[in-house]
Design a binder for this molecule. Structure first.
Ligand code: HEC
Length: 143
């Protein structure tokens, strides 16, 4: 009879140990999340630290005249007029990488809604970069 209860204790311990083992399996899941968050922070740092952005004002003007002018020429729907220096200075203060991101992804600000890519769906990111610089130039925020 004694031997039987020893066996039960041993079995119970065995089950408990298995449960502990199961608990340990959760750790790797947590670890896989950490590197993913790290890499997104790295990308942001790279954007901020990126060296002078290259742009072509002539191409920027061409893009502006095809798409951006629709809202920015007359200040439609809350868009900054291309000549509104105060508004462009306010935008420029956010930093050019931030402005490029806002145009690429679309942006709801306190003045209105800037649609993704400023409606130029066939524009490349470089086209948008050029157009943003052209607008900053027109608004007196690019020397
Ligand atoms: C349908 C109208 C519309 C068109 C077309 C448009 N925009 Fe805008 N844009 C806006 C509005 C509205 C805002 C103001 C958003 C705010 O700050 O509230 C804005 C703001 C901006 C800003 C400042 C963003 C900021 O964070 O301060 C930039 C830069 C800009 N537009 C660039 C462009 C470029 C480049 C194009 C063309 C490729 C374009 N926009 C086309 C409506 C437009």
């Amino acid at each position: 009879m004694k031997r039987f209860s020893v066996l039960i204790v041993a079995l119970t311990l065995g089950v408990m140990l298995m449960q502990c083992g199961g608990g340990k399996d959760e750790q790797p899941t947590l670890k896989t999340i950490a590197p993913a968050q790290k890499s997104s922070t790295t990308t942001q740092t790279e954007n901020v630290a990126s060296p002078a952005i290259e742009y072509d004002l002539a191409n920027g003007e061409a893009v502006y005249k095809k798409f951006c002018f629709a809202c920015h020429d007359g200040g439609l729907a809350g868009a900054a007029k291309h000549s509104d220096q105060a508004r462009w200075a306010e935008s420029a203060a956010k930093g050019t990488p931030e402005l490029i991101k806002h145009v690429m992804e679309g942006y709801q600000g306190k003045y209105g809604m800037l649609p993704p890519k400023g409606t130029c769906m066939e524009c490349s990111e470089q086209d948008i970069i050029d157009a943003v610089h052209y607008q900053l130039k027109m608004g007196g925020s690019l020397k």
